[in-house]
Unconditional design. Structure first.
Length: 73
C-alpha cells in the first residue's frame, strides 16, 4: 500500500482511497481530496512535514499524518 507520504516531489498521483474516520477524514475530503482525484506533489519539508500539494488548482499543505491516510496509485 503506497501513501501520499511516499510520493516523490514533482510526481502526479491519483487517490485510490482515504483511510481514517470521522473528523480527520472529513477534513481531508473538505480540501477536495477524494477518490480518483489527481494530486501533484510540489514540495516536501526536510523532515517530511508538511507536504505541499496542488489539488484541483489549489495549493495545499498537508500534515505528514494526513498524507499517510491517503492511499495512492
Amino acid at each position: 500500500m503506497k501513501t501520499l507520504k511516499d510520493a516523490a516531489v514533482g510526481q502526479t498521483v491519483t487517490v485510490q482511497k482515504i483511510s481514517g474516520e470521522g473528523p480527520v477524514k472529513r477534513r481531508i475530503m473538505d480540501m477536495g481530496i477524494t477518490k480518483g482525484v489527481e494530486i501533484f506533489v510540489r514540495k516536501v519539508a526536510p523532515l517530511g512535514d508538511p507536504v505541499e500539494v496542488t489539488v484541483r488548482g489549489y495549493e495545499l499543505s498537508l500534515r505528514k499524518a494526513d498524507a499517510e491516510m491517503i492511499q495512492i496509485i
